[in-house]
Design a protein around this ligand. Structure first.
Ligand SMILES: C[S@@+](CC[C@H](N)C(=O)[O-])C[C@H]1O[C@@H](n2cnc3c(N)ncnc32)[C@H](O)[C@@H]1O
Length: 292
């Protein structure tokens, strides 16, 4: 099954990706290796990839998740790397010269995939190991509870890449005072040390809540990620009109957030349920944007 997504109107591309003649704002139901090989070099400004975690489980269907997701690759980590490597090479080819990629993994494979990504992107283009820290149910008796995922963040070419520094939260510094023009400062022996009024720059550990079982944004797909996580990724490494791609799109969280933030988008998943859910989500964003 192939499905063409709706085209969102009113987005004026300032994109740095090479997209002349390329049909954007669409989701395809196919193996992503096939879809990516049909796309031209440099057509994506930002790629978010949330591949299977190689958990060797089948997730769903449950009361909450109508769809099923089969996360089995066989042949252990080697088999998983053999699956992922040609896809990562394609993603590298598709990134524009200013492009970036976030690859979302967990403890099962992240250390192996980091080594593989260094080979494909070059170690110098590694930007961050982002720890997405969350609390969710379940405790471990024989080891510390596993409560984080890791996002490996690479540039196509460090220095040329898009990065919008973001600020969030409170300063940990004690004794902060406020100047008459509203700037926080600390009095030091050498005078006032001023801090940015919008708070500290976001570091590489992100405390973002896991999607609760009753969250309004739940769409019934196992492995669905929170929109607030994707919003941070997309704001950090793309601008309005840029092309954001997710070739393992699942329920389409990255694409829905990209559309809401006025980015162009490209999506793919080989599971028809995932594509149908994503399509519905994107139609809703388009309807909402037409209202305003
Ligand atoms: C972890 S889920 C993505 C979840 C997504 N980030 C979300 O928020 O819903 C991974 C997805 O990759 C898809 N997938 C696995 N292998 C694929 C392949 N070769 N081509 C396209 N999609 C694939 C699965 O069907 C699954 O929906």
């Amino acid at each position: 099954m192939r499905s063409n997504g709706c085209c969102l109107s009113g987005v004026h591309s300032t994109t740095t990706a090479t997209t002349v003649g390329l049909a954007l704002d669409r989701i395809v139901c196919d193996d992503n290796l096939v879809f990516m090989s049909s796309l031209p070099d440099g057509c994506c400004d930002l790629i978010y990839a949330d591949p299977p975690f190689n958990s060797n489980r089948t997730l769903g269907p449950t009361k909450r998740h109508r769809a099923t997701f089969n996360d089995r690759h066989g042949e252990g980590v080697r088999g998983f790397l053999d699956f992922l490597q040609p896809r990562v090479k394609e993603m590298h080819r598709l990134l524009s010269p200013t492009g970036c990629i976030f690859i979302h993994l967990d403890w099962r494979t992240v250390h192996y995939v980091k080594v593989m990504l260094d080979e494909v992107f070059g170690q110098d283009n590694f930007l961050n190991e982002i720890i997405w820290s969350y609390r969710s149910g379940g405790v471990a008796k024989r080891w510390f509870a596993r409560k984080h995922d890791t996002l490996l963040f690479y540039a196509k070419k460090v220095g040329a890449h898009t990065f919008n520094r973001m600020r969030h939260g409170e300063y940990r510094t004690l004794d902060l005072r406020m100047s008459s023009d509203g700037r926080p400062f600390k009095q030091t022996r050498n005078g006032r040390l001023y801090f940015h009024p919008e708070g500290p720059a976001i570091p590489d550990v992100w405390d973002i809540p896991f999607l609760s079982t009753v969250a309004k944004e739940r769409v019934g797909y196992p492995t669905q990620k929170p929109e607030s996580l994707l919003e941070r990724v997309i704001r950090a490494s793309s601008n309005e009109g840029d092309v954001v791609a997710d070739f393992f799109c699942g329920s389409g969280t990255a694409l829905a957030v990209a559309a809401r933030l006025k980015r162009r988008w490209l999506g793919c998943d080989l599971n028809p349920d995932a594509v149908a859910i994503t399509q519905r989500r994107l139609d809703e964003v388009a309807r909402f944007r037409q209202l305003f």
